[in-house]
Ligand binder design. Structure first.
Ligand SMILES: *Cc1c(COP(=O)(O)O)cnc(C)c1O
Length: 237
Protein backbone atom coordinates (compact mmCIF):
# COMPACT_ATOMS: atom_id res chain seq x y z
CA UNK A 1 0.00 0.00 0.00
CA UNK A 2 2.68 2.46 1.03
CA UNK A 3 4.85 1.27 -1.85
CA UNK A 4 2.12 2.12 -4.33
CA UNK A 5 1.49 5.48 -2.68
CA UNK A 6 5.20 6.30 -2.85
CA UNK A 7 5.28 5.40 -6.55
CA UNK A 8 2.20 7.54 -7.22
CA UNK A 9 3.74 10.52 -5.43
CA UNK A 10 6.92 10.05 -7.45
CA UNK A 11 5.00 9.97 -10.72
CA UNK A 12 2.89 12.99 -9.72
CA UNK A 13 5.93 14.94 -8.58
CA UNK A 14 7.67 14.45 -11.93
CA UNK A 15 4.54 15.34 -13.91
CA UNK A 16 3.83 18.47 -11.84
CA UNK A 17 7.41 19.64 -12.35
CA UNK A 18 6.99 19.22 -16.11
CA UNK A 19 3.69 21.10 -16.06
CA UNK A 20 5.26 23.91 -14.04
CA UNK A 21 8.12 24.13 -16.54
CA UNK A 22 5.67 24.31 -19.46
CA UNK A 23 3.55 27.01 -17.83
CA UNK A 24 6.68 28.95 -16.82
CA UNK A 25 7.85 28.90 -20.44
CA UNK A 26 4.52 30.40 -21.50
CA UNK A 27 5.14 33.21 -19.00
CA UNK A 28 8.65 33.76 -20.36
CA UNK A 29 10.21 32.18 -17.28
CA UNK A 30 11.98 28.96 -16.44
CA UNK A 31 11.24 26.14 -13.98
CA UNK A 32 13.66 27.61 -11.44
CA UNK A 33 11.66 30.85 -11.28
CA UNK A 34 8.68 29.02 -9.78
CA UNK A 35 8.61 27.60 -6.26
CA UNK A 36 6.56 24.46 -5.71
CA UNK A 37 5.15 24.23 -2.20
CA UNK A 38 3.38 21.01 -1.26
CA UNK A 39 0.21 21.53 0.78
CA UNK A 40 0.53 18.66 3.23
CA UNK A 41 -2.69 18.74 5.27
CA UNK A 42 -3.90 15.20 6.10
CA UNK A 43 -0.72 13.69 4.59
CA UNK A 44 1.40 11.39 6.77
CA UNK A 45 4.92 12.55 7.59
CA UNK A 46 6.36 9.40 5.95
CA UNK A 47 4.74 10.34 2.64
CA UNK A 48 5.82 13.97 2.99
CA UNK A 49 9.39 12.83 3.67
CA UNK A 50 9.30 10.62 0.60
CA UNK A 51 8.39 13.66 -1.50
CA UNK A 52 11.21 15.59 0.18
CA UNK A 53 13.62 12.79 -0.76
CA UNK A 54 12.60 13.33 -4.40
CA UNK A 55 13.66 16.99 -4.20
CA UNK A 56 10.62 18.79 -2.82
CA UNK A 57 11.92 21.67 -0.73
CA UNK A 58 8.86 23.60 0.50
CA UNK A 59 5.93 22.24 2.49
CA UNK A 60 2.97 24.05 4.02
CA UNK A 61 0.52 23.06 6.73
CA UNK A 62 -2.93 24.51 7.43
CA UNK A 63 -3.62 23.71 11.02
CA UNK A 64 -1.44 24.48 14.01
CA UNK A 65 -2.38 21.27 15.82
CA UNK A 66 -1.54 19.10 12.84
CA UNK A 67 1.73 20.92 12.23
CA UNK A 68 2.81 20.42 15.84
CA UNK A 69 1.87 16.75 15.86
CA UNK A 70 3.95 16.08 12.74
CA UNK A 71 6.74 18.54 13.51
CA UNK A 72 9.27 16.08 14.93
CA UNK A 73 8.75 13.68 12.04
CA UNK A 74 9.39 16.00 9.09
CA UNK A 75 12.83 15.86 7.53
CA UNK A 76 13.47 19.59 7.40
CA UNK A 77 17.22 19.47 6.77
CA UNK A 78 16.73 20.63 3.17
CA UNK A 79 13.11 21.74 3.26
CA UNK A 80 11.29 24.86 4.36
CA UNK A 81 8.18 24.53 6.53
CA UNK A 82 5.49 27.17 6.08
CA UNK A 83 2.07 27.94 7.48
CA UNK A 84 -0.64 28.46 4.85
CA UNK A 85 -3.95 28.18 6.71
CA UNK A 86 -6.07 30.60 8.67
CA UNK A 87 -4.14 31.50 11.82
CA UNK A 88 -5.75 32.48 15.11
CA UNK A 89 -3.89 35.08 17.12
CA UNK A 90 -3.82 32.89 20.24
CA UNK A 91 -1.97 30.12 18.35
CA UNK A 92 0.80 32.28 16.92
CA UNK A 93 3.22 31.56 19.77
CA UNK A 94 3.03 27.83 19.02
CA UNK A 95 4.47 28.17 15.52
CA UNK A 96 6.80 31.17 15.59
CA UNK A 97 10.35 29.83 15.39
CA UNK A 98 9.15 26.60 13.79
CA UNK A 99 7.96 27.92 10.43
CA UNK A 100 10.01 29.79 7.82
CA UNK A 101 7.09 31.74 6.38
CA UNK A 102 3.51 32.50 7.42
CA UNK A 103 1.51 33.00 4.21
CA UNK A 104 -1.82 33.95 5.64
CA UNK A 105 -1.58 37.27 7.47
CA UNK A 106 -4.65 39.40 6.92
CA UNK A 107 -4.93 41.72 9.91
CA UNK A 108 -2.77 44.10 11.91
CA UNK A 109 -3.75 42.29 15.10
CA UNK A 110 -2.33 39.01 13.77
CA UNK A 111 0.83 40.72 12.46
CA UNK A 112 1.34 42.43 15.81
CA UNK A 113 1.23 39.10 17.64
CA UNK A 114 3.66 37.48 15.16
CA UNK A 115 5.97 40.43 15.71
CA UNK A 116 5.71 40.19 19.51
CA UNK A 117 6.32 36.44 19.58
CA UNK A 118 9.26 36.81 17.17
CA UNK A 119 10.89 39.55 19.23
CA UNK A 120 10.57 37.41 22.35
CA UNK A 121 12.68 34.78 20.59
CA UNK A 122 15.04 37.26 18.96
CA UNK A 123 13.79 36.32 15.52
CA UNK A 124 12.41 37.91 12.42
CA UNK A 125 9.48 36.04 10.88
CA UNK A 126 8.80 36.25 7.15
CA UNK A 127 5.18 36.68 6.16
CA UNK A 128 2.94 37.09 3.13
CA UNK A 129 -0.22 39.16 3.27
CA UNK A 130 -3.31 37.26 2.16
CA UNK A 131 -5.62 39.10 -0.23
CA UNK A 132 -9.29 38.21 -0.72
CA UNK A 133 -9.16 38.93 -4.44
CA UNK A 134 -12.66 37.56 -5.11
CA UNK A 135 -14.19 39.65 -2.30
CA UNK A 136 -15.87 36.58 -0.84
CA UNK A 137 -17.70 37.11 2.40
CA UNK A 138 -16.63 34.11 4.41
CA UNK A 139 -13.05 34.02 3.25
CA UNK A 140 -9.87 35.20 4.93
CA UNK A 141 -7.75 37.89 3.36
CA UNK A 142 -7.75 41.65 3.10
CA UNK A 143 -9.70 43.43 0.36
CA UNK A 144 -7.43 45.00 -2.23
CA UNK A 145 -8.43 48.57 -1.36
CA UNK A 146 -7.21 47.99 2.21
CA UNK A 147 -3.93 46.30 1.27
CA UNK A 148 -1.67 49.33 1.15
CA UNK A 149 -2.83 50.64 4.51
CA UNK A 150 -2.31 47.24 6.14
CA UNK A 151 1.16 46.94 4.60
CA UNK A 152 2.10 50.37 5.91
CA UNK A 153 0.94 49.44 9.40
CA UNK A 154 2.80 46.11 9.33
CA UNK A 155 5.98 47.68 7.98
CA UNK A 156 6.33 49.59 11.23
CA UNK A 157 6.57 46.36 13.23
CA UNK A 158 9.92 44.89 14.21
CA UNK A 159 10.37 41.15 14.15
CA UNK A 160 8.40 40.76 10.96
CA UNK A 161 9.37 40.95 7.34
CA UNK A 162 6.84 41.18 4.50
CA UNK A 163 7.91 39.07 1.51
CA UNK A 164 4.90 39.25 -0.78
CA UNK A 165 1.27 38.32 -1.29
CA UNK A 166 -0.88 35.20 -1.26
CA UNK A 167 -4.41 34.52 -2.45
CA UNK A 168 -7.01 31.81 -2.77
CA UNK A 169 -9.43 32.91 -5.51
CA UNK A 170 -13.06 31.82 -5.69
CA UNK A 171 -13.80 28.37 -7.07
CA UNK A 172 -14.52 28.84 -10.78
CA UNK A 173 -16.04 26.48 -13.28
CA UNK A 174 -14.35 28.26 -16.15
CA UNK A 175 -10.61 28.61 -16.53
CA UNK A 176 -10.90 32.06 -18.09
CA UNK A 177 -12.63 33.36 -14.97
CA UNK A 178 -9.96 32.06 -12.66
CA UNK A 179 -7.29 33.57 -14.91
CA UNK A 180 -8.92 36.95 -14.47
CA UNK A 181 -8.53 36.72 -10.68
CA UNK A 182 -4.88 35.71 -11.08
CA UNK A 183 -4.36 38.57 -13.54
CA UNK A 184 -5.87 41.08 -11.09
CA UNK A 185 -3.76 39.70 -8.27
CA UNK A 186 -0.57 40.01 -10.32
CA UNK A 187 -1.46 43.58 -11.21
CA UNK A 188 -1.96 44.39 -7.53
CA UNK A 189 1.40 42.75 -6.74
CA UNK A 190 3.15 44.90 -9.37
CA UNK A 191 1.36 48.11 -8.33
CA UNK A 192 2.33 47.58 -4.70
CA UNK A 193 5.93 46.68 -5.64
CA UNK A 194 6.24 49.93 -7.53
CA UNK A 195 5.24 51.95 -4.48
CA UNK A 196 8.43 50.73 -2.79
CA UNK A 197 6.95 50.85 0.71
CA UNK A 198 9.55 50.91 3.49
CA UNK A 199 10.38 47.45 4.85
CA UNK A 200 8.07 45.77 2.37
CA UNK A 201 9.74 43.46 -0.08
CA UNK A 202 7.49 42.13 -2.83
CA UNK A 203 9.25 39.00 -4.04
CA UNK A 204 6.74 36.18 -3.59
CA UNK A 205 3.36 35.91 -5.30
CA UNK A 206 1.77 32.72 -3.97
CA UNK A 207 -1.28 31.60 -5.95
CA UNK A 208 -2.51 28.51 -7.80
CA UNK A 209 -3.46 25.06 -6.49
CA UNK A 210 -3.90 21.59 -8.02
CA UNK A 211 -6.70 22.57 -10.39
CA UNK A 212 -5.34 25.87 -11.61
CA UNK A 213 -1.60 26.21 -11.00
CA UNK A 214 -0.76 26.45 -14.72
CA UNK A 215 -3.18 29.38 -15.17
CA UNK A 216 -1.70 31.03 -12.07
CA UNK A 217 1.87 30.72 -13.37
CA UNK A 218 0.88 32.07 -16.78
CA UNK A 219 -0.60 35.14 -15.04
CA UNK A 220 2.49 35.72 -12.90
CA UNK A 221 2.54 33.45 -9.83
CA UNK A 222 6.04 32.52 -8.68
CA UNK A 223 4.90 30.15 -5.94
CA UNK A 224 2.19 27.50 -6.32
CA UNK A 225 0.67 25.46 -3.48
CA UNK A 226 -0.22 21.95 -4.55
CA UNK A 227 -1.87 19.24 -2.46
CA UNK A 228 -4.13 16.67 -4.08
CA UNK A 229 -2.40 16.62 -7.48
CA UNK A 230 0.74 15.49 -5.66
CA UNK A 231 -0.54 13.30 -2.84
CA UNK A 232 -3.90 12.14 -4.21
CA UNK A 233 -7.37 13.04 -2.96
CA UNK A 234 -7.41 13.94 0.73
CA UNK A 235 -8.99 11.49 3.15
CA UNK A 236 -10.31 13.32 6.18
CA UNK A 237 -10.70 11.06 9.18
C1 LIG B 1 -5.11 22.63 0.67
C2 LIG B 1 -4.54 23.90 0.23
C3 LIG B 1 -3.90 24.02 -1.00
C4 LIG B 1 -3.78 22.89 -1.99
O1 LIG B 1 -5.03 22.47 -2.44
P1 LIG B 1 -5.16 21.36 -3.59
O2 LIG B 1 -6.38 21.73 -4.32
O3 LIG B 1 -5.25 20.05 -2.91
O4 LIG B 1 -3.94 21.46 -4.42
C5 LIG B 1 -3.34 25.25 -1.32
N1 LIG B 1 -3.42 26.31 -0.49
C6 LIG B 1 -4.03 26.23 0.70
C7 LIG B 1 -4.09 27.44 1.55
C8 LIG B 1 -4.62 25.03 1.08
O5 LIG B 1 -5.24 24.96 2.25
Amino acid sequence: MTEKLFRDVEYNYRRINEQIAEAAAKAGKSREDITLLAATKTVDAAVINHAISLGLDHIGENRVQELLSKYDSYDLSRCSLQFIGHLQTNKVRQIVGKVDLIQSVDSFKLAKEISAQSLKRNLKTDILVEVNIGREENKSGVFEENLEELLCQISGLEGISVKGLMTIPPICEEKCKISKYFFNMHKLFIDISEKKLDNVCMTILSMGMSEDFCEAIIEGANMVRIGSALFGARKYT
